[in-house]
Design a protein around this ligand. Structure first.
Ligand code: SF4
Length: 313
């Protein structure tokens, strides 16, 4: 069995809501079939508050082994580095995270807030929020870059806002099984962060021919006008659909790039920042001059069914 303790810090609890929608495996299956023993989850545990305090103290004392520590939410360090704006029984939660992490086999940052600071750490950041081992895409989190858990791993960043349910449960299943976890340059499990949201988007043909929507509610691509970050964002959203049926782009909402360390980006999430007529950010790995030449040709070659936006998405 692998013991798991889930702690919420400064954020909205979105990962807890999202994980309830996981199906393969579901959160219940992690407990019944994948060898996870849930020590505590603030919304899903039924032990009394007093027993919860005892469990936490026993973990810190070393009498209950802790294999997986999940942290959901940013680390609040205000005021003046005390962290007391986010406290539990008079103690800063950042201190509780610190002492639990020292006992943990592995620490998992559930969501972009815990991983990189996320929404609370965006400007002007009055709570002085940070991530567990990063502040956005740079060092500056609660733990220094060379910090490692008992299993020798940095904080595993399972980012998203909220994180895709299966990215969470499959990461936990792999960790519980002791499987090796290959991480990318910002410590996200590569298995779930090596495809783009753009891959699998049903609006792809519109993107290829540069047929774009100028307002929400249309059928075409949302990259040029409506701020879609799908071609730059690594996540499984259009590959493994949410609740088996949907994704933002399938619902007509642009991808906001929520798995990225600098999420939320500055400005309007529903508008594309441009230099002249050209988006400021282009799809990952693409050269600006070639891209624009290709797009102009592609637009001219668009078939009628694409030009007229008659294809369902
Ligand atoms: S809507 Fe976004 S994800 Fe879909 S094709 Fe356009 S740019 Fe790609």
């Amino acid at each position: 069995m692998a013991t798991l303790y889930w702690m919420q810090t400064g954020a909205c609890g979105g990962e807890t809501l999202a994980i309830l929608g996981a199906q393969s495996p579901s959160f219940e299956m992690l407990v019944s079939d994948f060898g996870i023993e849930l020590l505590w989850h603030p919304s899903l545990s039924h032990v009394s508050p007093r027993r919860h305090e005892e469990i936490r103290h026993e973990i810190v004392a070393g009498s209950i082994p802790l294999d997986i520590l999940c942290v959901e939410g940013s680390i609040v360090t205000a005021p003046r580095g005390t962290g007391l704006y986010d406290s539990h029984h008079g103690r800063a939660r950042m201190e509780i995270v610190r002492e639990l992490a020292e006992r943990a086999g592995v620490v998992v940052a559930m969501g972009t807030c815990a991983a990189f600071g996320g929404v609370p750490a965006s400007g002007p950041n009055p709570s002085d929020s940070i991530g567990l081992q990063f502040l956005h895409d740079a060092p500056g989190g609660l733990f220094p870059p060379d910090w490692r858990s008992r299993r020798g791993l940095p904080v595993v960043n399972v980012s998203g806002c909220p994180t895709h349910p299966h990215t969470m449960t499959q990461t936990l299943a792999a960790l519980a099984a002791g499987s090796p976890l290959e991480l990318d340059a910002i410590n996200r499990p590569k298995a779930f962060f090596n495809t783009l949201v753009h891959q699998g988007c049903t609006r792809n043909e519109y993107h290829e021919y540069d047929v774009e929507d100028g307002a929400l509610g249309g059928r075409a691509c949302m990259f040029f006008n409506l701020g879609c970050q799908g071609p730059m964002t690594q996540a499984v959203c259009n590959d493994d659909l949410w609740n088996g049926v949907g994704s933002k782009t399938r619902a007509g909402v642009p991808c906001f790039g929520c798995t990225a360390p600098n999420f939320p980006r500055e400005g309007d999430l529903f508008a594309t920042d441009k230099i002249g007529d050209v988006p400021h950010r282009l799809p990952a790995g693409v050269e600006r001059a070639r891209y624009m030449a290709y797009k102009n040709l592609a637009r001219a070659a668009a078939p009628e069914r694409v030009k007229n936006k008659t294809m369902d998405v």
